[in-house]
Design a protein around this ligand. Structure first.
Ligand code: SF4
Ligand code: SF4
Length: 191
């Protein structure tokens, strides 16, 4: 008869006899029963505001005087690995060259975007930033094709806000459907 037949796992046997695994499991359950809850009441009461470095929906920005920073140079379009940006520059009729130029058309197909941030890195005027809007689900193709006008509208979370917090939220509606509206006056962290 094979010698290995007589080798048995004494440790395993003792663990079974004294219900070690069961006791360990119960200990973990009790530990979580008395620890602070990290469940977020999203989206009805609370929402998560990501850190500044988060790469969400794109924003096109203006300077302090309200002039569009995008000069329609097309560098974002050329640097995009999924070719989801379309830029058509305005024809220069002012004679002032690129300094006075803006994009005639700036569009993005979010269904193809992987939020890598290469377009933001390529932008020479800091017109293009990836913002913190992440509720981008939709039921139609059209919902994911965004134009310059839509991206020029300020996002709910200001760029200077540090983030990394849970804030109070309420549900609101706009032309795209139901949205979570953050109220940043009440903030908490979950750690
Ligand atoms: S984040 Fe990446 S994939 Fe999306 S538009 Fe910019 S470069 Fe393209
Ligand atoms: S967003 Fe920036 S990179 Fe893209 S066209 Fe405008 S200025 Fe050029």
């Amino acid at each position: 008869m094979n010698r290995n037949h007589y080798n048995f796992d004494l440790n395993g046997l003792l663990k079974k006899v004294f219900f070690v695994d069961l006791i360990q499991g119960l200990f973990i359950t009790f530990h979580y029963t008395f620890s602070k809850t990290i469940t977020m009441k999203y989206p009805d009461e609370e929402t998560w505001i990501p850190y500044k470095r988060f790469r969400g929906l794109h924003t096109l920005n203006k300077n302090k005087e309200g002039k569009e920073l995008c000069v329609g140079c097309e560098l974002c379009q050329k640097s995009c690995p999924t070719q989801c940006i379309t830029v058509v520059p305005m024809q220069d009729t002012t004679g002032k060259g690129i300094a006075d130029r803006v994009a005639y058309r700036w569009e993005i197909n979010l269904l193809r975007c992987m939020f890598c941030g290469l377009c933001e890195d390529a932008c020479p005027t800091e017109a293009l930033k990836l913002g913190r809007e992440y509720e981008l689900a939709g039921t139609s193709m059209q919902r994911h094709l965004l134009t310059k006008e839509e991206l020029l509208a300020p996002q709910a979370v200001p760029a200077e806000f540090e983030g990394g917090v849970i804030v109070k939220a309420r549900l609101g509606t706009d032309e795209t459907g139901i949205k979570v509206v953050p109220d940043m006056s009440v903030q908490k962290r979950w750690w």
